[in-house]
Ligand binder design. Structure first.
Ligand SMILES: NC(=O)c1ccc[n+]([C@@H]2O[C@H](COP(=O)([O-])OP(=O)(O)OC[C@H]3O[C@@H](n4cnc5c(N)ncnc54)[C@H](O)[C@@H]3O)[C@@H](O)[C@H]2O)c1
Length: 348
């Protein structure tokens, strides 16, 4: 039995998770996958009604009682500072030490790619983003706020341990997936101190994997080449901030945010899987959100749990829907969220 914590969150997170669960229940029936689900209503609604974000004891419970976490999306305009979102999602990313953010960039059909003459075999790489350090540690301060002399500082934290483990994860991932190259991207020509740490660590870790080619690009050159020559990439590893930015560009190459899946991985503990998109409040509850990002995320989760066969079956069903234009309007189709899931289920 594999127990999954399901956290739909806010907005379209709720819409797409509902559809994703239909697919997972089918997987349970068809493959005897032995998945068991417990849903948690941690969201803006709960915060506004009860003042609770991530309940006391939640992290220990997730760590001890669950094999994986399936997340929707979080963010609600009724909570202008998105405090609940920071507590819940960043709380889990930091609290469960989910240090490797894994974002496969797979083009399911040429028609989804905005590049001229795109071919599916040319957009097939994975970005591994450091997920617990960098610019996201909320370090810095402000002085003389609101005056003409105001000063703001925003600091990044990079630790040898943090950099080393995410780079090692990228090589392990490349090895496990039969990929031949890891490209590390930074801005070490300008951000010299952190850049130097990343550069030295990359050399040290890369030396342990002689069968995998190591390459380096400054992040500005990386963005250029991701557009001009996406086929050059297999596995990219980068810091938290650069990873945040380049993965949105990468999502565009595969058909947009509605198609992008991700895992927040702690290789020694419980991991969290979520579509890359946010809660898209204007689309919420209207049966228009694309559920494919969430459903492909479920496939990633299944593979992580050792259920590769249902994972491949789901991916292939999604690809068939894309080929047949059984899609939502963000990628050119005419179907609603539920009808896309019906179509996916018909191929399973
Ligand atoms: N991991 C997360 O939970 C996460 C990630 C990003 C943003 N957010 C939050 O979500 C809220 C909205 O943020 P945003 O608008 O910047 O990003 P968003 O991803 O919600 O939406 C960006 C754009 O993509 C479209 N889009 C996104 N997902 C789609 C889908 N499945 N189907 C069709 N179209 C889709 C939206 O309509 C919008 O035009 C904010 O509160 C933000 O903080 C949460």
């Amino acid at each position: 039995m594999k127990t999954i914590a399901v956290i739909p969150g806010d907005g379209i997170g709720v819409d797409v998770t509902r559809e994703c669960m239909r697919v997972l229940h089918r997987v349970n029936d068809t493959f005897s996958a032995g998945l068991e689900f417990t849903e948690f209503d941690w969201s803006a609604d709960k915060y506004l009604q009860e003042g609770v974000t991530l309940p006391a004891g939640a992290l220990d419970m997730l760590r001890n009682d669950f094999a994986a976490i399936l997340f929707g999306a979080i963010g609600d305009p009724r909570v202008p500072d998105n405090r609940h979102a920071a507590d819940i999602l960043l709380g889990m990313r930091f609290g469960l030490d989910l240090y490797a953010n894994v974002r496969p960039v797979v083009l399911m059909h040429e028609k989804l790619c905005p590049l001229k003459n795109a071919a599916v075999e040319n957009v097939n790489f994975t970005v591994i983003r450091e997920n617990t350090e960098g610019a996201y540690v909320n370090a810095g301060g402000v002085f003389k706020k609101g005056t003409a002399d105001e000063i703001a500082t925003q600091e990044e934290i990079h630790t040898r341990k943090g950099v080393e483990r995410v780079i090692a994860y990228a090589y392990e991932y490349a090895q496990a997936k039969g990929r031949g190259q890891v490209c590390m991207s930074d801005k070490s020509n300008v951000m010299r101190f952190a850049g130097d740490l990343w550069q030295r660590t990359f050399k040290d870790v890369g030396a342990r994997y002689p069968g995998i080619r190591s390459s380096h690009l400054y992040v500005d050159a990386l963005t250029l080449l991701m557009v001009l020559k996406p086929a050059d990439f297999e596995v990219i590893v980068t810091n938290n901030m650069f990873g945040d930015i380049v993965t949105d560009l990468a999502a565009a190459l595969q058909g947009g945010l509605g198609m992008a899946a991700s895992g927040n991985i702690n290789p020694g503990g419980v991991s969290l899987f979520e579509p890359v998109h946010g809660s898209a409040p204007p689309l919420a509850g209207r049966n228009v959100a694309n559920p494919m990002g969430s459903i492909l995320t479920a496939a990633m989760m299944l593979e992580h749990l050792g259920l590769a066969e249902p994972a491949r079956t789901i991916e292939s069903a999604v690809a068939k829907c894309v080929a047949a234009d059984q899609t939502t309007s963000d990628i050119g189709g005419k179907l609603g969220t539920r009808e896309v899931t019906d179509a996916i289920l018909s191929y399973l």
